[in-house]
Design a protein around this ligand. Structure first.
Ligand SMILES: NC(=O)c1ccc[n+]([C@@H]2O[C@H](COP(=O)([O-])OP(=O)(O)OC[C@H]3O[C@@H](n4cnc5c(N)ncnc54)[C@H](OP(=O)(O)O)[C@@H]3O)[C@@H](O)[C@H]2O)c1
Length: 398
């Protein structure tokens, strides 16, 4: 059977929108996906139509339609699903705009600014019978599926503790001195927790929460501390202790530590001599996942009988000689290697093809529990965002 063509619209033309939209050019059969294929039919920039045109040309979708307004773009009848890639401050307003216009949505992380907004979006998607998913791409990597299977198969015994870190030494005093960048700007929901800490939480949740039967999953208890950036008051470092309640049958409570920072790095010398970013510890062994937590490619399983099993998980792509390059920021992957954002795109496309309204490895209920966890972390850490980005009102011009 010929693959079903899923027609994407891209909302915003910044850094991650570029990476995602380039990954959509990679033929899904290079990763064994045959049910769907992706086509980008439109992109919108809030700044200008010219910017959207340049973006589409650069991302190799020259025939897609460019818009200079999100409001006009969401009315395009050719779009099946919209990928939202604005700062997190804008996700609630942008996702509501798309859902109100009857469009399926894949929305970048952090899903929203707070849990109340996430719940409202979930209600709206249900009311309109639309697909909605938070774009935590790492959850769909074969590496993540393997890690979860190592846990559920019991290979490392019962997991009692997880440590997860996503930190990068960006020296905010220099890099973000004027306080305007979305990483530190409160108006754009800046701070380590919502931008980086979401990945540390993702690893805690996908190992200690998602691996439990759905009926057994309970939200974790939270103890959190934050260090604030002197220029804006956003969090530059956040450390969280989590207690995941589990039945006695499943081993009782499990502990996790989730860390994020823009002052110190998980991996200061980029792969040289740093240890794992994530350690998943059971009573028969542990799984290590090497940095970065958002796009890991190496795992190690160490069992108490002395077994050590290393695996490398290169992202697929069109291969050497293809002239294809992708990456994010200063990190460009070797020729022909995808960034890996296509896995979540495949999930959204297959879900739409099959008539599912939520993601398989991260549904809306779990995104909401994670947002509730982040609300509590911010409360304990003393980080509040401006009312206009915490609001449930819609529409609000930001
Ligand atoms: N999955 C990942 O690996 C990953 C990596 C980085 C970021 N992210 C997430 O993706 C989102 C965007 O991050 P990014 O790094 O791509 O940011 P970025 O480079 O700053 O791009 C954000 C884009 O949003 C649009 N925008 C609309 N209103 C804006 C406003 N008031 N201020 C700034 N931008 C505005 C702009 O596009 P137009 O001018 O075209 O409208 C801008 O280019 C964030 O939620 C972030 O957490 C995910």
């Amino acid at each position: 059977m010929a693959p079903k063509e899923i027609r994407w619209g891209i909302l915003a033309t910044g850094g991650i929108a570029r990476t995602f939209t380039k990954d959509l050019t990679v033929d899904p059969t290079t990763r064994g996906v045959t049910k769907v294929k992706h086509v980008v039919v439109a992109a919108a920039s809030s700044s200008s139509k010219t910017r959207a045109e340049a973006f589409l040309k650069e991302c190799n979708w020259p025939n897609a339609k460019a818009y200079g307004s999100y409001e006009e773009f969401v009315k395009d009848p050719n779009i099946d699903v919209i990928y939202i890639a604005t700062p997190h401050s804008h996700h609630y307003q942008n996702a509501m705009l798309c859902l109100e216009a009857g469009k399926n949505v894949l929305c970048e992380k952090a899903f929203t600014v707070n849990a109340a907004q996430a719940k409202k979006l979930a209600e709206k998607a249900r009311e309109k019978n639309l697909f909605l998913m938070e774009a935590v791409w790492t959850r769909w990597f074969p590496l993540s599926i393997y890690v979860r299977e190592q846990i559920t198969s019991g290979r490392i015994g019962t997991v009692y503790r997880v440590q997860a870190d996503l930190s990068m030494a960006d020296n905010p005093d220099k890099t973000y001195a004027d306080g305007k960048n979305r990483m530190v700007n409160l108006e754009l929901a800046g701070g380590a927790q919502l931008d980086l800490g979401i990945y540390a939480l993702t690893w805690c949740f996908q190992t200690l929460y998602h691996t439990q039967p759905a009926s057994e999953r309970k939200p974790p208890k939270v103890q959190a501390t934050m260090k604030h950036f002197s220029v804006t008051g956003s969090d530059e470092s956040t450390t969280v202790l989590l207690t995941f309640p589990r039945s006695e049958k499943l081993g009782g409570d499990a502990h996790a530590v989730a860390m994020s920072s823009i002052r110190v790095a998980t991996d200061p010398a980029n792969g040289i001599a740093s240890g794992p970013a994530i350690r998943i510890q059971g009573d028969k062994g542990e799984i290590q996942v090497f940095p970065p937590a958002f796009r890991p490619v190496d795992t190690r399983v160490i069992l108490s009988d002395g077994t050590v099993e290393d695996k490398h998980w290169e992202q697929p792509g069109p291969g050497k000689g293809s002239g294809f390059y992708n990456g994010f920021g200063d990190t460009i992957q070797p020729e022909g290697v995808g960034q890996g954002m296509f896995w979540e795109a495949d999930e959204a496309a297959v879900a739409i093809f099959e008539g599912r309204k939520e993601g398989s490895f991260l549904d809306l209920a779990e995104s909401i529990v994670i947002m509730e966890t982040m609300d509590e972390i911010r409360k304990q850490g003393g980080l509040k965002y401006p009312d206009k980005i915490e609001t449930l009102d819609y529409p609000v011009a930001l």
